[in-house]
Design a protein around this ligand. Structure first.
Ligand code: ATP
Ligand code: MG
Length: 252
């Protein structure tokens, strides 16, 4: 038996002739804040998709909270306690901020034969509580009634994270949350991620912004061409020759 929150064992994903993720093994422990970096096309998003059930594994195993998630659908993995954001914003522009975030709360409420017997009000209150709590964490309560389309790009990023938080996840995976943000916004986002982590959330972060990753993560996993080439604390990763090589000749 193991105590890892997430166990990735020889995870592999092929797309035709491309090995997007090639026999990657690692783990995430409860309470960790782990970075996942690598050049463009290294397999970061694919690995996230494997962990969250959005892409089936070609080989290998992913376990989350002791359960093998191979073959599970994304909503099943989400119900187990996995929240995620996407590299490309998935915001419903013509819905209010509140409604966008409540989608996360609705998606993960326990369902079952007794669901219909529960008072509708109780269920609605639960959704509303989760949504307000997530909005509060993300600093969005003041714009809850705005249309998402009216938010700045930076605020929309928080909206996406808030939606994932409304699922009340145990484990949050963020795919390039700082992409397109300026320096000040990136610093604020780093502080926000730190706060979520300090609040007890286990987080895995894909990011191109090296300073962000090295500044807040306790451990950094590096992928290159689908293979894991490093998995160590930031200061060690910085000195790993294979990592320096992987980034040489790229424009990062
Ligand atoms: N649905 C798909 N069909 C075919 N090939 C894919 C698919 N998704 C990813 N790939 C390929 O798998 C490899 C890894 O892609 P992935 O998006 O996981 O990389 P990444 O590390 O997230 O890159 P980036 O930093 O650009 O976001 C790439 O060669 C990509 O072209
Ligand atoms: Mg990606």
């Amino acid at each position: 038996m193991t105590t890892h929150l997430v166990e990735i064992d020889q995870a592999t994903r092929r797309f035709g002739g491309v090995l997007a993720v090639d026999r990657v093994s690692s783990h995430v422990d409860e309470g960790e804040l782990v970075g996942l970096i690598g050049p463009n096309g290294a397999g970061k998003t694919t690995l996230f998709n494997l962990i969250s059930g959005f892409t089936p594994l070609s080989a290998g195993t992913v376990r989350f909270r002791g359960r093998t998630i191979n073959g599970m659908r994304p909503n099943q993995v989400a119900r187990l306690g996995l929240g995620r954001t996407f590299q490309n914003l998935r915001v419903f522009p013509n819905m209010s901020v509140f409604d966008n975030v409540s989608v996360g709360a609705v998606g993960t409420l326990p369902q079952g034969p007794f669901g219909a017997l529960f008072a509708r009000d109780g269920r609605a209150r639960d959704i509303s509580d989760r949504t307000w709590h997530a909005l509060e964490l993300a600093g969005l309560t003041g714009v809850a009634d705005e249309l998402a389309a009216n938010l700045s790009y930076g605020k929309r990023k928080y909206l996406e994270i808030a939606r994932a938080l409304a699922m009340q996840p145990k484990f949050l995976i963020l795919d390039e949350p700082a992409a397109g943000l300026n320096d000040t916004e990136t610093r604020d986002l780093a502080a926000f991620i730190r706060r979520l982590h300090a609040g007890g959330l286990t987080i895995m972060l894909v990011e191109h912004d090296m300073n962000l990753v090295m500044g807040i993560c306790q451990r950094v996993i590096v992928l290159a061409s689908g293979r894991k080439i490093a998995d160590a604390p930031p200061e060690e990763v910085r000195r790993t020759p294979a990592v320096l090589e992987a980034y040489l000749g790229t424009d990062e």
